[in-house]
Design a binder for this molecule. Sequence first.
Ligand code: R5P
Length: 281
Amino acid sequence: MKVIGTETSQILASRISDALKINFVEVKFSRFPDGELYLCANDLDQEMIIVGSIVNSDSLIQLLLLIDACGGSCNHLVVPYMGYARQDKRFKPGEPISARAIARAISRGIDSCITVNIHDKNVLSYFDIPANDVSLATDIGNHIVTMGLKKPLILAPDDGATTFALQVATVGKWDCDHLSKTRISGDKVKIAPKSLSAKNRSIVIVDDIISTGGTIATASAMLKKQGARDVYAICIHGVFTNGAYGLLKAAGIKEIICSDTIERGCSLYSAASRIADTLTQ
Ligand code: R5P
């Protein structure tokens, strides 16, 4: 068995190969003169682990090309961040179910699939092959331990993230609470106060995705008004669209952290060991 990755998931794919103690396959990536993507993989195996986050259209095409290049092998797909997963329903007539379209496309030529903290687990049923989701909640908890915060309050920005936040808080037996969020538009949210006091406390807001940063910036402003000492933001998938990292920094968030499902300068903990464990189960 060997590991191979698209350009967007080189570091995570190599960490998975290290964790599994198996070889990492080199791929040459380039473009044709008209801009179309090209790749050529070196020395494939009969059993392959293909790792590729879908962060934009090019990364999706590259993943499809890599799956095709591995044709004929038994292929296990790892999609650390599955873009398009948030359009998981037809909200009005004429819309695609984008998550289903992507899941079907990447199922072809694949024997099994692993996603990481997918936005809604119902999306797994759109794959034409067995698909499982792994959660990095415990890994976030382990990272918080290394930060040495005194009695942090772990906060979910909305009801939907409460179970996730509780799983994080269980690691250090920390207090946990949630805010109540109403989305007003793509990048604007209204946040209602929570029940536990933030005064003089270190608050860690945990979420699956930071996209525009609107959710966490709004939550942080409210927490600061309530006297929070420091506010930290930790997510799984650091999408950081439209300068979201800068927005959060300017909003006074002390540290902004994500995993390497999307490889960023602030990817301070890795999904590799959790994925490797699942692959060997
Ligand atoms: C929403 O349900 C998600 O869990 C995140 O809270 C959301 O995607 C964050 O988006 P943004 O950073 O744009 O506020």
